[in-house]
Design a binder for this molecule. Structure first.
Ligand code: ATP
Length: 478
């Protein structure tokens, strides 16, 4: 008999497959996989986010659901339709958006100018203003969490409330959480922070949207903000001023989302209309670097855009380890060793080394355990032995301690409880193993996709060389 503790009183308890046919994968995060689902009766298409129980805590799942529900009526957020829970997974049924992630899409656009950037940002800021009016901090504002509605790339929505948090009564948060490249200095330094930390992430996104590369090199941390002439000379001063204010180290000096909404540039008044062709081109290269995890060489990309693509082939993909996405300084990872193992097993290392020292993870975990009564480390038996031969999880359960079955009702009751708790542990171990199998197969798919991407880029490059050769031949003939 398996005891499942349900996180949500009104969640559906039957398998999601009873109601939806699961189709292609839309994306995956560190903690989940997102697939298209088609309702078996209505044929309505939705996005289905499946979070394995081993990857999150009930408290966090409830929090994500609660916060999504609070903002569901704003057009800037993905709507949450339904919640399912079974012994293996937490599952969210959400509005489906098909337009892809912000930076990926920008890299494919044929027309792109400040006016377009301002319109997109207006939507993002208006969603943020709504969120902040409810005292919620998103804490993971990044391009991967900004999704276009459809291929026209006009409507954008903010997703992933996995680490969002409502500001508690004391008036601030302190956990070090987020994705490093977009993380405000006060969050990174473990100081008290509030909604203005999201405004910093917005500043980073805004900078990249306008020039195609990030304001700071991850390995150097936050240095002086620059607007290099080559890309920025034609960009309007109003937006440069705005970005400078958003990227202020002092959170009190950053404008609020509501103030940004009133900024003349965001309103479209002072925008330039010229095409930002170079930005689209640089963004394409930046996306390659993001996919390979090699953001450190982005300066090269800026200095020499074509050579930078070649440098990926020359020294990137084969020699340098990869990472699909910048790391989130973890809240949901209960066991850092487990996470480390997972990374090693798929040859992914943390190129953008988190500046927070390792013990921060433990601190986070500690904080969580204080906060959440349901906090536990479910799979510690599998992963918490860094050295020496690993004891089998089943050995650890000490099944052999049950040597005889007593006839005494009280003793029998104890034995039954013991057996039940062992069954729960076994089922947890089973889930953990299944999750690791899922991860490995997910990594295979990612590697295949990367390989296809490299092939495509290589083909494009070869075509360019060929046309360059043809041109030279013609010149020589002349
Ligand atoms: P992370 O590691 O970034 O925290 P996560 O596990 O919390 O990720 P999400 O960010 O919610 O998961 O989703 C992962 C990816 O799935 C997104 O980046 C996006 O590409 C895709 N995705 C999520 N929600 C939807 C949706 N409603 N429609 C289409 N695609 C989606």
């Amino acid at each position: 008999m398996t005891t499942v503790s349900y996180a949500f009183p009104d969640s559906k308890r039957n398998p999601i497959e009873d109601h939806y046919e699961l189709k292609e994968q839309l994306g995956d995060g560190q903690y989940s996989v997102v697939k298209v689902g088609v309702h078996k009766l209505t044929t309505e298409e939705v996005a289905i986010k499946i979070i394995h129980r081993s990857q999150t805590e009930s408290y966090e799942f409830c929090n994500e659901v609660e916060l999504m529900r609070q903002v569901s009526d704003h057009p800037g957020f993905i709507k949450l339709f339904d919640v399912y829970e079974d012994e293996k997974n937490f599952t969210l049924v959400m509005e489906l958006v098909r337009g892809g992630e912000l930076f990926d899409k920008i890299g494919q656009l044929s027309t792109y100018n400040e006016e377009r950037v301002a319109k997109l940002l207006h939507q993002i800021v208006s969603a943020l203003a709504y969120l902040h009016s409810k005292n919620i901090v998103h804490r993971d504002l990044k391009p991967e969490n900004l999704l276009f509605n459809d291929d026209n790339a006009t409507i954008i929505k903010l997703c992933d409330f996995g680490v969002a948090e409502k500001i508690p009564e004391r008036g601030y948060l302190t956990e070090i959480i987020g994705t490093e490249s977009y993380m405000a200095p006060e969050v990174e330094d473990g100081k008290p922070y509030g909604v203005s930390s999201d405004m910093y992430g917005l500043g980073v996104i805004m900078y990249i949207m306008l020039c195609g590369y990030p304001p700071f090199e991850p390995e150097n941390g936050i240095v002086d903000l620059e607007f290099p002439e080559e890309e920025w000379s034609t960009i309007s001063t109003t937006v440069k001023d705005l970005i400078t204010k958003l990227l202020e180290r002092d959170p009190n000096k950053r404008p609020t989302a509501q103030e940004v909404l009133n900024n003349p540039w965001i309103c479209g008044d002072t925008v330039q209309k010229e095409e930002l062709k170079d930005t689209v081109h640089t963004m394409k290269i930046y996306n390659h670097y993001r996919a390979s995890g090699n953001l450190g060489s982005m300066r090269e990309a800026k200095a020499n855009k074509k050579e930078a693509v070649w440098s990926i082939f020359a020294n990137g993909y084969s020699k340098k380890p990869k990472q699909q996405k910048p790391p989130k300084l973890k809240k949901k990872v209960q066991n850092p060793q487990k996470k480390q193992k997972k990374k090693e097993s798929i040859s992914i290392v943390n190129i953008i080394s988190p500046r927070a020292p390792d013990n921060n993870n433990n601190n986070n975990i500690k904080k969580l355990s204080e906060k959440s009564p349901s906090f536990r480390v479910p799979f510690s038996k599998i992963n918490e032995q860094p050295e020496g031969p690993k004891a089998s999880p089943i050995d650890e359960l000490q099944l052999s301690t049950i040597t005889h079955i007593s006839r005494d009702p009280q003793e029998l009751q104890i034995t039954v409880s013991l057996l039940e708790s062992k069954l729960v542990s076994l089922s947890n171990i089973n889930c953990a193993l299944e999750s690791q199998i899922d991860e490995i197969s997910g990594s295979f798919t990612k590697l295949k996709l990367e390989r296809d991407e490299i092939r495509r880029t290589l083909d494009e490059a070869l075509q360019e060389i060929e046309s360059y050769r043809q041109k030279n031949k013609k010149k020589d003939k002349k």
